[in-house]
Design a protein around this ligand. Sequence first.
Ligand code: ZN
Ligand code: ZN
Length: 93
Amino acid sequence: MRERIRMTDDGEEKYCHKCEDWHPNTDEFFFVQRGKLRSPCKACIQEKRFTLKVCCVEGCNQPRKMLACRPGSRCVTHERMYRADYKARKAVK
Ligand SMILES: [Zn+2]
Ligand SMILES: [Zn+2]
C-alpha cells in the first residue's frame, strides 16, 4: 500500500485507506512498525482487532479460538498454556 501524505497548515497528514480519512501523521494516530507509521490508523486497527476477535493476551495478535460467548478468549497457543497452567494449579492442591 502506497503511503499518502499531505501537508496542511497543522502539519503532515496521512491518509487512512480504511476509514478513508486524513489524520495527523503522528504515532498518536498511527502505530509505528519498524520505525515507520503504518496505515491503517489506530482506530481502524482497534476496530479490526475487535471484530476479528483477536486473542485477549496483551501483545498477541493471533486470532482467538471461536469459543461460544466467552469473554477474554485466547488463541490456540495461549489457550493451551492457560489449560496447562490450570491443571498444574489443580494438581498442586
Ligand atoms: Zn482509519
Ligand atoms: Zn494468544
